[in-house]
Design a protein around this ligand. Structure first.
Ligand code: NI
Ligand code: MN
Length: 226
């Protein structure tokens, strides 16, 4: 399993020959200016909720890559109206099973309006299972006791958790979340992109280390292997 960080909450995750792209927000993110946007390819685009900083490049990348977009019903309907026909409209609790992997939509405690103000349905996180490993992409969420269910449901090998505070949980709550989901390998996201979500990355990593866990904070454009 490979995890390439494209900035903010955007990741390109490789599972064998398949790649999954989460929450595309590259062109409007100055920190991601060195990403080769035109060269991006993927087999599936997953969008956790309707906020600009998670969907901004969704329509363009859906056209560029011809990959289907998996999101909630309302967001898929919104994309359909823009001419993006290949969508997988789901909702919380549902599982999409493919030969190589499966995606389960889980609860996120947040909000989800679309960039034009349209209702964006409920925000979601995703659990992806494959023979290359299982991971949890939390999306934008507060700490919630529902995360205990995730830890009981499956062995999570790697979890991508927001750590920037203000709009989502911060570092201290992400550490509790990692206990709830029973996972010691965490990748931080949704931090340092905007001024309200600036954090001390050193302090964050020390807190996880003190708890016997690893908080990976890869540079934008770099790839981790698990
Ligand atoms: Ni959001
Ligand atoms: Mn966000």
């Amino acid at each position: 399993m490979t995890v390439k960080y494209l900035g903010h909450s955007c990741f390109l995750i490789g599972l064998g020959s398949k790649t999954l792209l989460f929450d595309p927000f590259i062109k409007p993110n100055p920190l991601a200016k060195d990403i080769d946007f035109g060269g991006l390819q993927t087999d599936l685009i997953l969008i956790s909720h309707g906020h600009h900083d998670h969907i901004a490049d969704g329509p363009e990348l859906a056209r560029q890559t011809q990959a289907p977009v998996l999101s909630n019903y309302e967001i898929c309907h919104w994309l359909n109206k823009q001419g993006i026909t290949s969508t997988i409209a789901m909702n919380i609790g549902g599982k999409w099973v493919q030969p190589e992997y499966s995606v389960k939509c889980v609860n996120a405690v947040h909000s989800s309006s679309l960039p034009d103000g349209t209702y964006g349905g409920n925000p979601m996180g995703f659990i992806v299972e494959s023979k290359f490993g299982n991971f949890y992409f939390a999306g934008d969420t507060a700490l919630t006791y529902d995360m205990k269910l995730i830890g009981e449901y499956r062995k999570i090998d790697v979890a991508l958790l927001p750590i920037g505070d203000h709009f989502t949980m911060g570092v201290d709550n992400a550490l509790i979340a990692s206990d709830f989901i029973n996972c010691n390998t965490i990748i931080g996201m949704h931090y340092n992109t905007f001024s309200p979500i600036q954090i001390s990355t050193e302090a964050a990593q020390l807190k996880f280390k003190a708890a016997g866990k690893t908080l990976h904070l890869p540079a934008i454009g770099s790839t981790l292997e698990f």
